[in-house]
Design a protein around this ligand. Structure first.
Ligand code: BG6
Length: 499
């Protein structure tokens, strides 16, 4: 991963979709924080590409407001002035060679002024349906070809990459026809989270966990990504996606990969990514009748969260009244390899759940022989809290002081805030910085995307064959999902963790 000390080489950062939400809420606040930490190139050139002529002052006012509302650190007028002066705007039809002429000329002018020598980072903060067209346009305009002597042209894409295997393959193909794979940076913002990166450190910088990290000691793994928010005005998008495409194929599978992967031979980007792909390829396919037994979907119904009434999914704007799109999914999956043989990985993700929490928990096997027959022993659990209240805890039994041989579960906890005074950077700070440095470790390689869709496709096909008039199970907003998900675990005598 890129060193935080060195500033990246001069480069034009070209942002497509400059008037969009991602730009305002995430990208510009991240750039602001990077600048605050002096982690952007010395001569910074940010080119905001819009489809139509846009008033620069209006755009800047919007971006400034984005920082005020979404930056983790307050806006400093001097730093904003530096950022603002680095932002130029260009209106361009990005999907055609002719339409990109103004951008090409603008970049040539930046090269003369800013010593960027042809280095470009193209960031596509646009709807995924535009990715292939923009990549092709950049190719036709010759903007994909770096200049002389080790200069670079990279492209950054946001999830989702495709909506199934075929569309992901087609998109990868279209993008790779213009940018070689080493120049393609596919974002899964979960990999930018500090606590997700810490998974590698936790597992591979400490000797004490590795001997336990396998089927001999782990009974099962639970990964939870619960959100209390609903679809937040994105009803139309969500209807097409559902939780499986929105959260499982990308974020949750990345968590599965980092939990299950073998130690990589080194920290080289491909050494890590190779190990992740092996996990995805080892996922036991779920097909046909197995799908119903090993998955549960649900939809949130009207309920109360934090004392506020919230509507059900099918009452959300943009959502069909007879929608069968899942806002909750739970699945039992197996990583069929030597390390994890027979160990279920239980995944659950949902909107409008009791609270926002992302956690990976390893639950360990029982002791081989009970010496304390009168005590109900706890299940030893190692929990990695990704967000919020980031930390790690270990649950085990301890003797209650006194003459009676009584036992009680206790927890040992590490929390980030207590141990590290400085707040963590936002995921997008890390990701933009790494893309500027040319470090692809925290980005998704094309084969990772394809392997994960390869597992999801049969699931979607099986669900697509279901009787369309039968509604999905409902769960009241503010609860932990449909009862069916609890039944799924109860079948093997297990329970979801109470979080
Ligand atoms: C996005 C999904 O990728 O991740 C959203 O599209 C979801 O639906 C979001 O809310 C969750 O991200 P985070 O960082 O808040 O856990």
């Amino acid at each position: 991963m890129a060193s935080e000390q060195e500033t990246p080489r001069p480069c034009a950062l070209v942002l497509f979709g400059a008037t969009g939400d991602l730009m305002r809420r995430k990208l510009v606040p991240a750039l602001y924080n990077l600048l605050l930490d002096e982690m952007l190139p010395q001569c910074l050139a940010i080119v905001a590409v819009t489809r139509r002529e846009t008033d620069r002052d209006d755009l800047l006012a919007r971006l400034r407001e984005g920082i005020e509302q979404h930056s983790r650190r307050a806006l400093d007028a001097d730093v904003w002035a530096r950022l603002e002066s680095a932002i130029s705007t260009v209106a361009a039809d990005a999907e055609s060679e002719r339409g990109l002429v103004p951008l090409r000329e603008h970049l040539a002018e930046i090269d003369r002024r800013c010593d960027t020598s042809g280095n470009r980072l193209f960031y596509l903060a646009v709807p995924p349906s535009a990715y292939a067209g923009i990549a092709a346009g950049l190719g036709a305009a010759g903007l994909n070809r770096p200049g002389e002597g080790g200069t670079f042209a990279r492209i950054v894409l946001e999830k989702p990459i495709g909506r199934d295997l075929a569309s992901a393959v087609a998109l990868n193909h279209a993008v790779n026809a213009v940018f070689n794979e080493g120049s393609v940076y596919r974002i899964d913002h979960y990999l930018g989270k500090e606590t997700v990166q810490n998974l590698l450190v936790f597992r591979f910088a400490n000797a004490i966990f590795e001997p336990l990290w396998n089927h001999k000691y782990v009974d099962h793994v639970q990964i939870t990504v619960a959100e209390s928010i609903g679809v937040e005005g994105r009803g139309e998008y969500y209807e097409e996606a559902g939780t499986t495409r929105d959260m499982v194929q990308n974020h949750m599978f990345q968590l599965v990969c980092l939990t299950a992967m073998e130690p990589p031979a080194s920290l080289r980007p491909d050494a890590i990514r190779n190990e992740k792909v092996k996990v995805l390829e080892a996922l036991r396919p779920l097909e046909g009748a197995d799908v119903a037994a090993a998955t549960v979907r649900g939809q949130y119904a009207h309920g109360v969260i934090d004392g506020k009434e919230v509507s059900g999914y099918r009452e959300e704007p943009g959502v069909s009244a007879d929608s069968r799109t899942e806002t909750y999914v739970a699945a039992e999956l197996f990583v069929d390899n030597w390390r994890w043989a027979g160990v279920p990985f239980y995944l659950r993700a949902g909107k409008r759940m009791t609270k926002r929490v992302t956690e990976i928990a390893l639950r360990f096997r029982e002791v081989p022989h009970h010496l304390f027959p009168d005590a109900a022993l706890t299940t030893n659990t190692l929990a990695l809290r990704i967000q919020p209240e980031e930390g790690i805890s270990i649950k085990f039994d301890a003797k209650i002081p006194g003459t009676e041989p009584r036992i009680k579960p206790v927890e040992m906890e590490f929390d980030y805030e207590g141990s590290f005074a400085d707040g963590s950077p936002e995921a997008y700070e890390r990701l933009i910085s790494d893309a500027l440095h040319g470090d692809p470790t925290l980005f998704i390689r094309g084969d990772e995307v394809e392997a994960s869709w390869g597992w999801i496709d049969p699931l979607q096909e099986a669900w697509g064959r279901e009787e369309p008039t039968v509604a999905l199970p409902e769960y009241t907003a503010g609860t932990w999902g449909p009862a069916e998900a609890h039944v799924m675990l109860a079948r093997s005598g297990r329970t979801w963790r109470r979080l």
